[in-house]
Design a protein around this ligand. Structure first.
Ligand code: NAP
Length: 286
């Protein structure tokens, strides 16, 4: 039986710390950290994510502004809003919820956010900084995973780590953070041959492929650490990860559940980045 890593409890603990740090920051500088979240269109899941972000901001003492724009919003209108938010002194973080409607160029939109306010860490400047290990903002989901290692005393140094998934928002930055933490990292993807042979050698596996219950017990070694980033709906409509939790829990040393694992950590890291952005702004202002 493995230790089930409790993302809800860890997120609550870190949010309490952020709340205290925010109160101290406001007392010292008179600046309240401000986050603007922009949602274009009617995606139901995105609406829930945006609501949760608004709630999290209130919880830790941030000001938040939600921009719910119509599906037919033009690129020009969206870029103009981002430009205005870039210029504002009371907004320190800007997040544009993905996915965007097809007619909008996501890369162009990300590029238009000031790197100083890019609390998702998706801007090429911040992506480049992550690559060289000099980062202002850590990408939220991978940063949340690293917090699990810290909390549960899992040392990644010299460990064989497999990251399954190579997206820009999860897989690639995850691999980079683990590399900076001295792990020997292998990245797998949909064209990887004999994936199970690779995962079976891993001390730590991070699954981020978006395939329900994909990782089975016969694909891991005894005592492996299993992190499940996946969020999928199974045939019964239930939220499930990329890991067959029931099977793997018996063999792993540590494992994250879905729900209640990586999910709650992602928004928490967004709050941390927003506070960092406000602190950086205050330092720049002098
Ligand atoms: P994505 O952009 O769709 O990327 C999926 C990656 O998985 C791709 O690199 C793809 O390979 C790879 N892949 C797909 N099928 C595979 C297979 N059978 N074997 C090996 N690799 C395979 O997804 P994402 O945005 O990174 O998200 C991944 C999962 O994490 C999703 O379930 C998403 O909902 C979840 N997620 C959770 C959080 C959270 O806070 N918990 C945050 C973000 C995402 P190719 O590159 O070759 O196509």
């Amino acid at each position: 039986m493995s230790v089930i890593m409790d993302g809800k409890a860890l997120a609550a603990k870190i949010r309490e710390q952020i709340k205290n740090d925010t109160a101290a920051f406001v007392r010292k500088t008179g600046i309240t950290p401000g986050l603007a979240v922009v949602l274009v269109g009617d995606d139901a899941a995105s609406k829930i994510y945006v609501k949760n972000k608004e709630k999290a901001c209130a919880e830790v003492g941030f000001k938040s502004e939600m921009y719910l724009l119509e599906e037919k919003t033009t690129e020009e209108e969206l870029l103009s809003l981002i430009h205005k938010l870039n210029e504002r002194d009371d907004i320190h973080g800007i997040l544009v919820q993905s996915p965007l409607p097809k007619h909008l160029d996501e890369a162009l939109v990300i590029d238009s956010i000031s790197p100083d306010k890019d609390v998702d860490a998706f801007h090429p400047v911040n992506v480049g900084k992550i690559m060289i290990g000099d980062y202002s903002f850590l990408p939220c989901t991978p940063a949340g995973v690293m917090e699990f290692f810290k909390e549960y005393g899992i040392d990644t140094t010299g460990k064989r780590c497999v990251v399954a998934g190579r997206s820009n928002i999860v897989g690639k930055p995850m691999a980079m953070l683990m590399l900076h933490a001295n792990a020997t990292v292998t990245i797998c993807h949909s064209k990887t041959k004999d994936l199970a042979d690779i995962t079976r050698q891993a001390d730590i596996i991070v699954m981020a492929i978006g395939k329900a219950d994909f990782l089975k017990a016969d694909m891991i070694k005894d005592g492996a650490v299993i992190i499940d980033v996946g969020m999928n709906r199974n045939a019964e409509g239930k939220l499930t990860g990329d890991v067959d939790f029931k099977e793997c829990e018996k063999k792993a040393s540590y494992i994250t559940p879905v729900p209640g694992g990586v999910g709650p950590m992602t928004i928490t890291m967004l709050m941390k980045n927003t506070l960092t952005a406000a602190e950086n702004y205050s330092k720049k202002k002098g």
